[in-house]
Design a protein around this ligand. Structure first.
Ligand SMILES: [Zn+2]
Length: 412
């Protein structure tokens, strides 16, 4: 039976972790940044060194092909991969695992002479973490990039996309050209760390992912009246912050009660104006994020939260503006890919559990153009998007071997 070379995989994970490494562990490697571009160059040389064809598309996606040097409708490829960018102060496995395990699988298959009838391609999708809107590279590949928005896209630190891409040697205006020819992808499967505690606590080695959550982000602006914080009688105050605070607590209750046990909510951005202690807040802004694997539930929750905001505003005499910022749709994973992952687990004598993905992934864009799915390995302690994110080396090897046999099945 063909297996991955675990020592080589672990060595590559350690090597990639050096680009953007932080003194106390973990890594900061935002897409298009100098450490990311050094990592991209390293990855391309590893792909070539593994005896694969290497290429980069106009959106910055990096590919390594076994039996392919580009995408073509005539020879649909089975694609695997993930991303090499990270969140600020992130871990060394989020994304890196899927790319490097995919590379290892293709190299092991090539070395074993086990090449399948269909071409195999490993992808590193650019800007998965959303410096410029999440899942940038896979959106471009799947034809979902809004070309008109590219010239004005700006990161939170103020750097325009055009500038960041130019520094890395790319022309942002050409990013939509990364769109794959129709029918060029036969199937997509992505290996990722779970990033949550469910597998680790259940003691199960593999998760077969059946769906990926949709994410909604809404900006809420509460407008009251700025006033002297000492002389204005309490009953006459129109405090915008208190309306925002009441909304925040009630929205959490609402999502927990009506979210079907699989929905989560977070308010991670709060601005209070003018933001001084001796003025009653005249305006408060929130960014409210909600996630659910069920599209209908997510839509119902969004409507209920909007109604809640208006009700709170009316009762407190506060103006309310609700602006939808972004929305990704929950995606069901392909039954064909799920069956292939389960088959590989059986072949390797490994137990599995079916889970939905509580985080967004490139696989949800690929689901728009092909049979797409994912598998997870446990994250120790469920930790992710933090510097101490880790998985057991044996769990990494098991995941890579399940990926290898899944790829062979999908390519046969
Ligand atoms: Zn990731």
């Amino acid at each position: 039976m063909t297996t991955v070379n675990a020592a080589r995989l672990h060595a590559r994970i350690a090597a990639l972790a050096r680009f953007g490494a932080l003194p106390g562990g973990g890594v900061t490697r935002s897409c298009w940044s100098p450490p990311h571009e050094e990592a991209r160059a390293w990855l391309l040389s590893e792909i070539r060194g593994a005896g694969l064809q290497a290429w980069v598309d106009p959106a910055g996606n990096v590919f390594g092909g076994l039996g392919a040097s580009s995408f073509s409708a005539g020879t649909p490829a089975v694609v695997t991969g993930s991303h090499i960018d990270t969140v600020p102060e992130g871990g060394i496995l989020d994304g890196a695992l899927g790319v490097l395990a995919g590379l290892e699988c293709l190299q092991a298959i090539r070395e074993a002479g086990a090449a399948a009838p269909r071409p195999l391609v490993v992808a590193a999708w650019s800007d998965e973490e959303g410096r410029y809107g999440s899942l940038f590279g896979s959106r471009a590949f799947c034809g979902r990039l809004d070309a008109a928005a590219l010239p004005t896209m700006t990161a939170v630190d103020g750097e325009p996309l055009v500038t960041a891409m130019a520094r890395a040697g790319f022309d942002a205006a050409r990013a939509p050209e990364a769109r794959a020819p129709e029918g060029a992808v036969h199937a997509y499967v992505e290996l990722h760390i779970e990033q949550g505690p469910r597998l680790d606590e259940a003691g199960v080695p593999i998760a077969v992912v059946d769906s990926i959550v949709g994410v909604r982000r809404t900006r809420l602006i509460f407008t009251g009246q700025a006033d002297h914080a000492g002389t204005t009688p309490m009953e006459r105050r129109r405090d915008a912050f208190l309306a925002a605070a009441e909304y925040s607590l009630s929205a959490r209750e609402l999502v927990v009660e009506r979210g079907g046990g699989r929905s989560v909510t977070n308010i991670g951005v709060v601005y209070v104006h003018p933001g001084v202690s001796n003025i009653v807040p005249g305006r408060a802004e929130l960014v409210h994020e909600m996630r659910s694997p069920d599209a209908d539930v997510l839509e119902r929750l969004a409507q209920a939260c909007e109604a809640l905001a208006r009700e709170v505003g009316e009762r407190r005499g506060i103006g309310v503006e609700v602006r939808r910022m972004s929305a990704t749709i929950p995606v069901a994973c392909s039954p064909k890919v799920q069956a292939a992952v389960e088959g590989a687990c059986k072949q390797l004598g490994l137990g599995w559990k079916t889970l939905y993905s509580a985080a967004g992934h490139d696989a949800q864009n690929l689901a728009l153009i092909t049979d797409s799915g994912m598998l997870f390995i446990p994250s120790q302690g469920g930790k992710s998007h933090r510097v101490d994110e880790t998985s057991d080396p044996a769990a990494i090897e098991r995941g890579a071997n399940v990926l290898l046999h899944t790829l062979l099945t999908l390519a046969s």
